[in-house]
Ligand binder design. Structure first.
Ligand SMILES: [Zn+2]
Length: 326
């Protein structure tokens, strides 16, 4: 049983994306009590983004006070390369920063203790603890959106390598293929990200579409261009996941992001594509993410509760997965 004061506790969670930020006050039972959304002002440069993060933390802190809630700390997750140990946002092509001591800065600006994390790893922790991979120790969480990344968990622990592990989008699936934003050629991301699928459909058919969901719709209508583009993306993902399976033997692969919204249209052919490539390997279960675009925010809250010196709730026992905040 908890006492009265514990019930009035919360943490501030903030997921900073390339286009928008999602913030929330989250209680010990991982319920989001209040949420906010803001545009990420990345066109104004990294200083503007950092100022906006501090402003949203301040706003949520005031909101908590208004509702009589005590804030136990904050979790902030950002994209790019993040070193949780040194609390540094090492690099983000999208947000334009390099070697930024973001947690220290935000603590100075807000007066809160701040746990800094990586958006995809934090989302992966949330899926492991609260979502589609509950109960599994060997997990890959693969969001497929504008880019492709992965959070890797091996024997219940996040594989971080100072923030460099899990860059699944930049394994080469088409040697000598199209140039990638990373400087290499033929990367998975250039073939199978939601953005790449939409662009490839436009280039092939001469018809512009808004995103990968529009390609999925045309696929269901039997459009041959959509079928070709989709099949190429699925085969590329199959190749990459076969590598992941051979090297890490995940029990569960959780697919998220915009492309996974296609559901069975992605999952069914991808399961078949992966199965064709495997021989002796342990077969992973391919499932869809359950937490949607709240995964990063909930992961930020888990990191904040961990840093505050306690489990968020007794129902989330595996202590090793919570190391993401350490
Ligand atoms: Zn690349």
């Amino acid at each position: 049983m908890r006492d009265e004061t514990e019930e009035r506790d919360c943490v501030i969670a903030l997921d900073v994306g390339g286009t928008s930020m999602k913030g929330a006050l989250v209680d010990r039972d991982m319920a989001a009590l209040h949420t906010v959304r803001r545009a990420t002002p990345r066109r104004w440069g990294p200083d503007a983004v950092i100022a906006e993060i501090a402003a949203v933390l301040h706003e949520l802190d005031r909101n908590a006070a208004t509702h009589g809630l005590t804030v136990r700390g904050a979790g902030v997750v950002v994209p790019g390369i993040v070193d949780e140990e040194t609390r540094t946002a090492v690099y983000s092509a999208n947000l334009g920063w390099r070697d930024l001591p973001l947690a220290d800065y935000l603590e100075g600006a807000s007066g809160l203790s701040v746990a800094l994390g990586h958006d995809v790893r934090a989302g992966g922790v949330a899926e492991c603890r609260l979502g589609a991979a509950r109960g599994a120790d060997d997990v890959w969480f693969v969001p497929i959106g504008t880019g492709i990344s992965a959070a890797v968990f091996s024997e219940g622990r996040p594989v971080r390598a100072r923030g460099y592990a899990g860059e699944l989008g930049h394994v080469v699936v088409d040697p000598g293929g199209e140039p990638c934003v990373c400087g290499a050629r033929g990367c998975l991301e250039g073939v199978a990200s939601a953005a790449a699928v939409a662009a490839a459909y436009g280039a092939r058919s001469g018809r512009h579409v808004e995103g990968a969901s529009a390609v999925a719709e045309r696929l269901m209508q039997g459009d041959p261009d959509a079928r070709a583009v989709w099949a190429r993306a699925v085969e590329a993902l199959g190749t990459a996941l076969a590598m992941a399976t051979t090297l890490f033997a995940p029990e569960v692969v959780v697919l998220g992001g915009g492309l996974a919204e296609a559901g069975g249209l992605l999952l069914d052919p991808l399961r078949a594509s992966l199965a064709r490539r495997l021989t002796f390997q342990r077969r992973p279960e391919l499932v869809l993410a359950e937490l949607g675009d709240m995964a990063g925010c909930l992961g930020a809250a888990l990191a904040a509760w961990q840093a505050a010196g306690g489990r968020s709730s007794s129902q989330f026992p595996p202590p090793s997965l919570s190391e993401v905040a350490s």
